[in-house]
Design a protein around this ligand. Sequence first.
Ligand SMILES: C[S@@+](CC[C@H](N)C(=O)[O-])C[C@H]1O[C@@H](n2cnc3c(N)ncnc32)[C@H](O)[C@@H]1O
Length: 303
Amino acid sequence: MKDRRIHIALEARRLSLPRRQFLLAAGALLAGPLPAIADVPVPYDPSAMPPMDSRAAFIDWMKKNRGEDAGFLGQRWDRFQALIAHKDVWDDRDKRAYLMTPREEFVTKANLGRAYEWHYLDIGYGVTITGPHSVARMTNSLEIKPGDKVLEIGTGSGYQSAYLANLTDKVFSIEIIKPLAARTRALYDALISRGYSEYKAIHTRNADGYYGWQEEAPFDKVIVTCGIDHIPPPLLQQLKPNGMMVIPVGPPGAQHVLKVTKHQEADGTFQVTRADIYNGGTLSFVPFTKLEGDTIKGTHSGP
Ligand SMILES: C[S@@+](CC[C@H](N)C(=O)[O-])C[C@H]1O[C@@H](n2cnc3c(N)ncnc32)[C@H](O)[C@@H]1O
């Protein structure tokens, strides 16, 4: 193993690969995990803002403060311009959350070159990482404030919760596919050991998210990243008064992404309002599946 590492290091030097690309290449070639590497050079500061007025200044700041690769940073910046043009991100704190989240860490190796494409991408187990435009619009619609307690249903790749960890220090995420939940937990732990200390805010669980996370309820915000034909009552129940949820609701392959607000009236009763964050447009999400015992069987939609 030692010899292979030396060989890969020499090969990387010969090819003059930047450190990030070298590590990714080495990770792909080596059978076992690499030792933890603290590669974020400056401790995380939730109030530190990367420059948002120039591509070059952004890349320079991120290289110095986050130790990330200029090539991926350039792609992140270019997608950022498209997010703004399409009005998928509008608040400055949300813009920062997008810019601070290294999407390339959450896609599969096979899709590394496509990390900043518009579309969702396969992550194995028959599920996907949601596309950056949908992540940005759904997250910004939730108006997350520092300290908000946020529940995500559908951890998947981990990208959404990583993005959320730049908006609040209390993120709870549930994934139904056991090996995927374990893989993403291991990824967060590896990133934390490399210096992404903001991901310490993320608590993960392998379970059927239909029933929420009762022990941690109530939540200020809930984000559902799989499609269903109704709003799960337990998720509505676990929302705080005046809390908000975004959830894709509709038939398979054509969901409306709804922003649901649980208003508390003066007499203490609750009113639920719904707004379509795509003004009538539909998207296709991975189905909201169901756990029976230890087995995933069917979905929570339908009769
Ligand atoms: C679109 S995918 C992943 C989205 C994820 N936020 C990301 O960007 O990578 C939706 C995820 O929801 C998960 N899922 C489906 N039904 C679920 C349930 N009942 N409870 C928890 N997770 C569920 C799927 O396994 C899948 O990982």
